[in-house]
Design a protein around this ligand. Structure first.
Ligand SMILES: O=C(O)[C@H](O)[C@@H](O)[C@H](O)[C@H](O)COP(=O)(O)O
Length: 248
């Protein structure tokens, strides 16, 4: 595998139930490690299909989430109660299905601020709430990432390669996103790659080629291929369709 700093674990699930089990196992391991360190469990969320899959994993695993804090690896720049808001998608789902999770456990983006300020403010929140690694950067316990068919992850898109070069800011504004809505904020690679654990959850046969090109070829035209934790662990959880070109 070319140039990857970290090796990665692959979990190839034959059914949705198995995929949810793998996700639950990962959440259990990472949250127990946070408990052992006597810290809150900091978990970065993504949108899309992950909303449903994570809800199912939390319901079936019955993990104790009382010391968990939920952040957003990216967020759409819309009001909290807008149907495009990733926070809104989780909150709506969890209010009925996971009522023990409190609204105060979400660290939300303040989208009432201008876009640039919203990103800077979210970075400040991350710095206050997430403990630093020895490199002096906030270190998330786990980031759950999705990947689009174009190889985007978070709100880092192939059409905006300069965003991959960011070295100082941890959260940046995005304008003119090729996927609507056009305005967003997103974690940058220095923050993503500093996490203890990063996991991609990818499903569907239509993504099998991009999964191969990102994870096996590490083809840097795809932003997801830039995710390469410095000292953390990378996990790929795929169903049979998305993982059909990956041999475990
Ligand atoms: O803000 C967004 O537009 C979505 O969060 C998006 O980035 C999503 O995570 C990926 O496109 C994967 O989505 P699926 O898993 O649903 O394919």
């Amino acid at each position: 595998m070319p140039n990857r700093k970290c090796s990665f674990n692959v979990s190839l699930a034959e059914s949705e139930d198995k995929l949810i089990d793998s996700l639950s196992d990962l959440l259990r391991r990472c949250s127990e490690q946070a408990k052992d360190r006597k810290t809150n469990f900091s978990l970065g969320l993504s949108g899309g299909s992950l909303v449903q899959l994570l809800t199912k994993a939390l319901r079936s695993s019955r993990l104790d989430t009382s010391n968990w804090e939920f952040f957003f690896c990216d967020e759409r720049y819309v009001a909290d109660d807008h149907s495009d808001s990733t926070y809104c998608a989780y909150r709506t789902e969890w209010l009925s299905q996971l009522p023990n999770i409190l609204d105060s456990q979400f660290v939300k983006a303040d989208t009432t601020k201008p876009l640039d300020e919203c990103a800077a403010d979210y970075e400040a929140k991350v710095k206050v709430k997430v403990g630093n690694s020895p490199s002096n950067l906030p270190q998330f316990d786990l980031l759950l990432l999705g990947m689009g068919p174009d190889g985007h992850t978070c709100s880092l898109f192939p059409e905006q390669p300069a965003k991959l070069e960011e070295t100082s800011r941890l959260v940046i504004p995005i304008q003119n996103s090729p996927k609507p809505p056009p305005e967003r904020i997103t974690f940058t690679l220095p923050l993503i790659n500093n996490a203890r654990d990063v996991a991609f959850v990818v499903t569907g046969a239509s993504k099998s080629d991009v999964v191969k090109r990102v994870f096996l070829d590490q083809d840097k035209q795809f932003p997801a291929a830039w995710v390469d934790p410095t000292s953390g662990q990378l996990t790929l959880i795929v169903d049979a369709g998305a993982g059909s070109q990956i041999k475990v």
